[in-house]
Design a protein around this ligand. Structure first.
Ligand code: ADP
Ligand code: ADP
Length: 224
């Protein structure tokens, strides 16, 4: 599937134009959105995740009209926000099971299977009975990935995931993400060039709400 973004613009009520006619075509795989703080990355990511409305423009995932068919897109959407809202007193396994219920996985047996697979994939199986309050930043981010992966999303939105991570956790986290990009559109926003050059097959550079470059990572960065 392909994600097509056409002429997306958003101006906040304080007059800041966060997005100015953004158009991108994003194929399956890991796609980087690189830009400095304030560039408009989070605004674009929230709009793609149907959490915010643009003023104008359209978005399609394959044949789904993302802005009009919100319920449909939400069933196949995984969103990892900058900081995963943490529920400190919940155990990892219980909370993931709860999110699985919200995703519509009603059978207890399927949930048990899905939860186990995701906790193993994100390297959190040994921590499954621990409370999230005791998790490190990297563990929380990996837990966020497990939540975002529930229901096999076709579109994965990952907003500035490496911001608070130490170098070892960062590598671990990026390796986990790199396994995901094969059968879905994964968009990773970051201000760190290496996140994109190490992971992404294509990328765009955004600044002041506008796309400056689009293409393969090395060529796009060299073109600036
Ligand atoms: P909208 O134009 O989409 O209605 P608002 O200006 O009403 O957005 O702000 C929505 C929320 O974002 C408010 O809670 C506000 O405090 C917060 N906010 C305002 N300015 C900023 C900013 N510069 N960066 C991040 N969040 C902001
Ligand atoms: P990035 O994620 O690249 O840092 P953002 O999308 O958060 O960029 O912000 C883009 C611009 O919009 C910034 O100037 C920011 O201050 C402003 N902004 C973001 N959210 C809001 C909001 N809710 N209300 C008003 N201004 C906002």
């Amino acid at each position: 599937m392909e994600l097509t973004i056409s002429n997306l613009s958003k101006t906040y009520s304080n007059g800041v134009q966060a997005l100015n006619k953004v158009s991108l075509t994003i194929p399956n795989g890991m796609y980087g959105l690189l830009g400095p703080n304030g560039a408009g990355k989070s605004t674009l990511m929230r709009i793609l995740a149907t959490l915010q409305e643009p003023d104008t423009g359209s978005i399609h995932l394959g044949r789904i009209d993302v802005l009009k068919e919100k319920e449909k897109i939400r069933q196949t959407l995984g969103y990892l926000p900058q900081e995963f809202g943490v529920y400190p007193s919940s155990r990892a396994e219980d909370l993931l099971d709860y999110f699985a219920v919200l995703k519509g996985i009603t059978s207890r047996a399927s949930r048990r299977e899905v939860v186990e697979a995701l906790l193993k994939q994100t390297n959190l199986w040994d921590m499954r009975r621990q409370k999230l309050g005791g998790f490190s930043g990297g563990m929380k981010q990996r837990f966020g990935v497990a939540v975002a992966l529930l229901g096999n999303p076709k579109l994965m939105i990952v907003d500035e995931p490496t911001a608070g991570l130490d170098p070892a956790e960062r590598v671990r986290f990026l390796n986990l993400l790199s396994e995901l990009g094969e059968n879905s559109v994964v968009i990773l926003s970051t201000h760190i060039v290496e996140d994109v050059s190490e992971l992404c097959t294509r990328m765009a550079i955004i600044n002041k709400g506008q796309i400056l470059q689009e293409g393969e990572p090395l060529k796009a960065v060299a073109g600036l």
